[in-house]
Design a protein. Structure first.
Length: 104
């Protein structure tokens, strides 16, 4: 959450009003926000599962393992989105898309 908040602040300071036109930046921040939301839902479910249980210790262990695995993958995706704010191929992607579209 801290890294996401800092990244949002940095992008807003860097682009100011032009953030409205920076679709690559918006996409990366939105993807990171979606991952954070899914992670918070997973954490809430895990907290409930580990606090209250679900009546089956074996199922609870399996569900907890699945939840922790999801959180690991989600953390990786969040870091990738935030890292892509600094290191990306946006200019090349746009130039390639423009070249292809100019053909039509």
């Amino acid at each position: 959450m801290r890294d996401f908040g800092l990244a949002v602040q940095k992008m807003l300071m860097k682009h100011r009003e032009n953030i409205l036109f920076r679709q690559y930046v918006q996409e990366r921040l939105a993807d990171a926000a979606s991952e954070l939301y899914a992670s918070s839902c997973t954490l809430a479910r895990l907290d409930h599962l580990l606090t209250v249980g679900n009546g089956s210790p074996e199922e609870a262990r399996r569900d907890a393992q699945v939840g922790r695995y999801f959180l690991t993958l989600s953390d990786r995706r969040i870091h990738q989105c935030l890292a892509a704010l600094r290191a990306n191929d946006d200019e090349q992607t746009t130039a390639t898309a423009d070249a292809v579209l100019a053909r039509y």
